[in-house]
Design a protein around this ligand. Structure first.
Ligand code: NI
Ligand code: MN
Length: 227
């Protein structure tokens, strides 16, 4: 399964021939200036919560590609107010099969207000089941005991995509504990170094994971790796 990183918490997974884009925030990310937003393919867009650093480019990409946007009920309504029609609302605990695979929405401990101050419902993470693989994207979250439920639904997790930047989310140490709780040996780090509040040392982070017997992958912005 191909994972392409677009910076911050924006990434794409190719699942069953579909491009599934997560948390599109590119135009506001100085580190992602070399990414051509107009060239990003998307059949589906999954949005974890309403904060601008996860939704800022969702409308423009969805309008160009016609992608189906999957997010919580309140964010879905807000996107419809922005003119999007191809929106699929879900909510925490719910699962649904799509063309690319199955999605289960998981609990995230965070907030979700929308850029204009509208109520954005509750933040979510996603479990993904496709091509015989099991992936977990936690969304923005603290370490939470809810993560202990993940192995019940995904007993053979192939990888977890977790925030590691601290300040707004888990730091590296908490992400290592999260990886242990969810049963992930391989972690892809997101939500770090985009702006001053969340600057970390990537090499230290990799070493901390290694010391814990785990692997932290930090692809460059624009890089594609195999998960
Ligand atoms: Ni957030
Ligand atoms: Mn965020």
């Amino acid at each position: 399964m191909k994972y392409t990183y677009y910076g911050h918490s924006c990434f794409s997974l190719e699942m069953n021939g579909k491009h599934v884009l997560f948390d599109p925030f590119i135009s506001g990310n100085e580190l992602a200036g070399h990414i051509q937003i107009d060239a990003i393919p998307a059949d589906f867009i999954l949005i974890s919560h309403g904060h601008a650093d996860h939704i800022a480019d969702a409308v423009v990409i969805a309008q160009r590609t016609g992608a189906t946007v999957i997010c919580n009920w309140e964010v879905a309504g807000w996107l419809q107010n922005q003119g999007l029609t191809n929106v699929h609302p879900m909510n925490t605990g719910g699962s649904r099969a799509f063309d690319f695979g199955k999605v289960k929405c998981t609990v995230a401990q965070h907030s979700s207000g929308l850029p204009d101050g509208s109520y954005g419902g509750n933040p979510m993470g996603f479990l993904l089941f496709a091509e015989g693989k099991q992936l977990y994207y936690s969304g923005d979250t603290s370490l939470t005991l809810d993560m202990q439920l993940i192995p019940k639904w995904a007993p053979q997790l192939d990888a977890a995509i977790l925030p590691i930047g601290d300040n707004f989310t888990m730091d590296v140490a908490d992400a290592i504990d999260a990886a242990t709780m969810v049963g992930a040996q391989k972690v892809v780090g997101v939500h770090y170094n985009t702006f001053g509040y969340i600057v970390i040392d990537p090499e230290n982070a990799k070493n901390d994971f290694k010391t814990a017997g785990k692997e932290l992958l930090l692809p460059a912005i624009g890089e594609t790796i195999e998960l």
